[in-house]
Design a binder for this molecule. Structure first.
Ligand SMILES: [Zn+2]
Ligand SMILES: [Zn+2]
Length: 215
């Protein structure tokens, strides 16, 4: 399944207008001899202007038809996630392609936000074949963020993840910022969010099976 990337004028104009406003602000700063701030604001403006040209694309998700925004019409992007349905796709030469159901990535790539309760599929998390053993993956986290002179508690999260006899190291635990739509609101308004624990796997079949059985 593939869909075509077209230019999204609202996103292009939003980013472009923002970049232009920053560029004008930078000129004012230069005139007032605030060269350091002028350079900073100017660079941010240039970044937004480049972004509007490079990332002003949109396309329907090949899986659910929801709108995928801030796509690059020209660059290749191997693993992108649909914020609506969680399907992964790749962008290449103006097209968005669904990842093949049996695809296995070189490194744990497909990111599952672990809910309070879940069951893991009986598939190898590296290749998607039926699993016959399990491997423990662990992640050390700090529980408290406070002044450095206080003793911070550390904890280890562990999970038994199914593997087949041929593979090992098909998964890893990680901490990521919660997923959401990439837009101005989440980037500039709502600010920092606490990271959540995710399980990253190599097998797209395992990822899809997890979503299907924990929906
Ligand atoms: Zn989708
Ligand atoms: Zn395997």
């Amino acid at each position: 399944m593939e869909t075509r990337i077209t230019r999204s004028w609202p996103h292009t104009l939003l980013l472009g207008g923002f970049g232009l406003a920053l560029a004008i602000w930078a000129i004012f700063l230069f005139r007032e001899d605030s060269t350091g701030w002028g350079l900073f604001v100017g660079a941010a403006g240039a970044f937004c202007l480049a972004g509007s040209a490079l990332l002003g694309g949109k396309a329907p998700c090949p899986d659910c038809g929801g709108t995928l925004a801030y796509l690059s019409p020209m660059m290749k992007t191997p693993y992108n996630k649909c914020p609506d349905c969680g399907a992964y796709f790749r962008g290449e030469a103006g097209l968005v392609r669904a990842i093949e159901p049996d695809h296995a990535a070189d490194v744990p790539q497909f990111s599952i936000t672990l809910p309070e309760k879940f069951v893991l599929p009986g598939l190898c998390c590296a290749c998607g074949a039926p699993a016959d053993r399990a491997e423990t993956v662990s992640l050390g986290i700090r529980l408290v963020h406070g002044p450095a002179s206080l003793t911070a508690q550390a904890a280890t999260l562990s999970l038994e993840v199914p593997h087949c006899g041929k593979h090992q190291g098909g998964a890893k635990l990680d901490r990521e910022l919660p997923e959401g739509k990439l837009d101005f609101e989440t980037l500039f308004v709502s600010g920092r969010k606490d990271p959540v624990t995710v399980l990253k796997v190599k097998s797209y079949a395992f990822y899809r099976a997890f979503l299907a059985s924990n929906a």
